[in-house]
Ligand binder design. Sequence first.
Ligand code: UDP
Ligand code: UDP
Length: 463
Amino acid sequence: MTSSGSDRRLHVALLPSAGMGHLTPFLRLAASLLNHGCQVTLITTHPIVSKAETTLISTFLATFPQVKELQFHVQPLGPSDANSTDPFFLQWEAIRRSIHLLSPLLSSLSPPPSALVADVSLISAVIPITTSLKLPHYILFTSSARMFSLFAYYPTVLSASSDASSPSGDSIAVPGGIPIPKSSIPPLLLKPGSLFASIFTEDGKKLKSLDGILINTFESLEPETLNAFKGGKVVDGLPNVYPLGLVPCDFEKRAGNTPLKWLEDQPTRSVVYVSFGSRFAVSREQIKEIGKGLMSSGSPFIWVVKDKKVDKDDGDSLDKILGDELVEKIKNKGLVVKEWVDQEQILGHKAVGGFVSHCGWNSVVEAAWHGVPLLAWPQFGDQKVNAHVIESSGLGLWPKSWGWAGEVVVKGEEVGARIEELMGSESLKLQAAHIREEARKAVVDGSCKDAMKQLLEMWKNDS
Ligand code: UDP
Ligand code: UDP
């Protein structure tokens, strides 16, 4: 798709998929492209799964009225159409099955875009469309570079294994990278027939057809993995990997439930922030133990409790979820909230000194950006692979015996002891501060800035 010579402004179309962990980095990319003078078209898929996504999209579009929104209305799945109960995965699948509706939308754009940046979950669905439109196809990989190395190498591992659905051996030795233990790969990958496994294995084979891979990461977090990509060691013929630092932007700011006033009264670096992201509900039993742990840790805290995967379904009150006794005991020791908070403002506050996190990749990047050490508590999906990044970069601690969600209920004393360790560690504080400095250098005038420049050059040459 080439534009007429008279229009030289770079036009990029973005197609995120469902879930805040996917939407947020796409919108940060959009903001960055606008800053570089590009024209941006945002393709929004409807219906939107969560309230949080609806709010973020409308604030983004209100902040940047120059962005063109293309609404992509996906067809509902039939009852037997997908092997998943997760509303976010189901939406990925619904988008894939409705992808024929994307072609006329893209063709309607004037001037035609120079590139499409689409979500990682849509690779095989989008390839025939970008091929027929001659539109360069990039993906934004919404997890770590280390997770991407697994994604790229996994088809090779499976083809060498005697069991076509499971890798042989105890770990996966991604060339040029640090081996990934089999116990850390997403459990759904080992579940034959799961939607996740079929997308992952099918799409991993097609990466060579793409024009480039954008990843939100910093050299200071993942030096070995990024080097392995630079040296072309992971898989032969992979397109270029662009490590972009897609850091929080002003349009994401939300007043509302974020306890900034309370934070102002707390000593510097004294508060531990606890959150398991936008799409994971901790079991009620585990919630009670976390409450006990927070009380025994001795640190003041902000604890975000989520009781349902999708925010629209989250109806029960905190009293009901925690029980009256815990609510009473917790009062004066910290804050418990059950609504969306502005994580960026919390992590950026000087009173916050530690983050107990499920290791969703955006949370890890945001903690690195603000130099806040993490207590890694991965729950599902890519999160153990991300926890390895936290551990190997020195950004945090990871008690591996805590397992995946539902494997064990971690006792309150254990949670409390690890939080004490997190909050008391000088070496973690220093290393987190170092990663923060390096990340800022990379974004302001280093590797992330260079990667963005290269990408823009590439697109200019294509248009
Ligand atoms: N987030 C937030 N407030 C909340 C919960 C989540 O601002 O109450 C943001 C968080 O800062 C991050 C995103 O939502 O940008 C969650 O993405 P992540 O990859 O960390 O985890 P996921 O929710 O996809 O599991
Ligand atoms: N993923 C992938 N290929 C796919 C689907 C997912 O590489 O076809 C990646 C995706 O980037 C995601 C990670 O695998 O971040 C693990 O997915 P998870 O279950 O954590 O879902 P998420 O919270 O990212 O939506």
